[in-house]
Design a protein around this ligand. Structure first.
Ligand SMILES: [Zn+2]
Length: 356
């Protein structure tokens, strides 16, 4: 074994990868080390750490867990930091390949959603469109795509069967929700939704799922569309400052994620659509002018619905009203840039016609 740096020895003793990341916001020199339990650990960059079990020929899953794509969404960062710590100190051991990503270290350090641009609108090449790689978030989006590609495509000679790919991008919402936790299922271009994935979401205490109908510039759509991964954006609750999260509210998600990486299968219950609240996008309302205004209380929760005809927003002369029974609003944000999505309207949906 090569001489370990003091920093690395410290990391292996205490498992404080998040601290190491936050003290190296721009980059971190790659390091490879094998733990006493045989797990191969490699640090690829700041906030990027990969774990591989000793026995690589029996691995069936390639799992990516990401957090901190929005820097102030602390609960997922705490959950992932604790998971990495327990893996580094040998209290937990991976059964599958695992890549953990702390998405935006500079924003995590600043305690803000972003530094200059919303990182979760920059994937599937959007980082290089328009003005190009002009800021740290755009560069990070490109780098994260490269790390995910490398992780999924890295095949060892001993590998026999192809492995299933997963990416769970963990967030907390800006506002409260009628359903505290919910997941966004990226657009599958007509491919069937996966029963097993709904079962995993339920194990995470997530039974509200928004089914997207169009491509997006999000991290989860990128993994789903470019790598054929089962990928989700998972909103675990409302944004709170570090240390203010009531971790009991995340107990199920935390336990399911730990089981996912350390055991062959996660214990789940059989899929029953009646146990879920499923929605699909009915329309997106984009901000067209500086006059855009929302006509409901600031603290309205995600997935709130109003009677048909209720005025939701105005944009200059344009009025947006509820068009049908059951239509609910989600992610309202009047402060987005002109041309960007200010709100999504969703309606109840089913997956029974196309599920595998
Ligand atoms: Zn977020």
């Amino acid at each position: 074994m090569p001489q370990l740096s003091i920093q690395l020895a410290e990391l292996l003793q205490h498992g404080n990868f998040l601290d190491l990341t936050l003290s190296h916001l721009d980059s971190l020199a790659p390091v490879n080390v094998t733990l006493n339990n045989g797990t191969a650990v490699s640090i690829w960059d700041t906030g990027v750490i990969c774990f591989e079990p000793q026995q690589t020929n029996t691995i069936s899953k390639d799992i990516v867990l990401s957090c901190g794509v929005h820097g102030n969404e602390t609960a997922p960062i705490e959950i992932c930091a604790e998971l990495v710590k327990d893996l580094l100190t040998g209290q937990l051991q991976v059964k599958h390949r695992l890549l953990v990503l702390f998405g935006n270290p500079a924003a995590i350090n600043a305690g803000t959603r972003e530094v200059t641009e919303n990182l979760n609108r920059l994937f599937s090449g959007h980082h290089s469109m328009g003005a190009g790689l002009i800021n740290a978030e755009r560069k990070r989006a490109k780098a994260l795509e490269e790390y995910v590609s490398r992780f999924y495509n890295e095949l060892r000679v001993t590998d026999s069967a192809p492995r299933n790919r997963y990416l769970y991008d963990l967030h907390t919402a800006i506002r409260g929700s009628r359903f505290e936790k919910f997941a966004v299922y990226p657009f599958l271009h007509g491919k069937p939704w996966q029963k097993e994935q709904f079962e995993f979401l339920q194990a995470c205490d997530v039974t509200t799922v928004l089914l997207m109908q169009t491509p997006a510039s999000t991290f989860s759509y990128y993994a789903s569309n470019s790598h054929d991964a089962d990928a989700f954006t998972i909103e675990l609750g409302k944004v709170q400052p570090f240390g203010n999260n009531d971790m009991r509210r995340f107990a199920k998600a935390r336990a399911a994620l730990r089981q996912l990486v350390s055991e062959e299968e996660v214990s789940t219950v059989h899929f029953d659509e009646q146990q879920f609240q499923l929605y699909k996008v009915y329309r997106a309302i984009n901000k067209q002018t500086q006059e855009f205004k929302l006509h409901f209380e600031d603290d309205v929760e995600n997935v709130t619905n109003y009677h048909p005809g209720t005025l939701l927003a105005t944009d200059g002369d344009i009025e947006y009203r509820v068009e049908q029974e059951g239509e609910a609003l989600i992610f309202p944000n009047a402060k987005v840039a002109i041309g960007q999505r200010a709100m999504l309207m969703v309606v109840p949906a089913t997956v029974s016609h196309n599920i595998a």
